[in-house]
Design a protein around this ligand. Structure first.
Ligand code: FES
Length: 103
């Protein structure tokens, strides 16, 4: 396990979205209403990019079939077809002026 820096804190702002590929991990870092979230970057339903999702209240709505996931927990909260698992979430780690993840 080691720390991977994702970005400098000064670069983060509301509506920030950036995807990262680190080894086998595909991640998306988002900031919404001052809160930061790190989740897997592909929809667990059929693999659509989460970066294209809409923010609906406190959820992400995948733009392909409209499944909705709680942005904080990753839990599936609405599905239009067969259910799928939730989005994986990752803890953000702050080190000095940077934010990152331990993988
Ligand atoms: S691929 Fe995301 S809802 Fe189907």
């Amino acid at each position: 396990m080691r720390f991977y820096s994702l970005d400098k804190l000064i670069n983060l702002h509301d509506s920030y979205r950036k995807v990262f590929k680190i080894d086998q991990y595909n991640l998306i870092l988002l900031q919404v209403d001052g809160e930061r979230y790190l989740l897997e970057s592909t929809c667990p339903h059929r693999g659509h990019p989460i970066s294209e999702s809409d923010i609906v209240g406190s959820s992400l709505r995948c733009s392909l079939h409209g499944y909705q996931f709680d942005i904080a927990s990753g839990d599936l909260i609405a599905a239009t077809e067969e259910p799928c698992r939730g989005l994986k979430t990752y803890e953000l780690i702050y080190q000095g002026t940077e934010v990152g993840v331990v993988l």
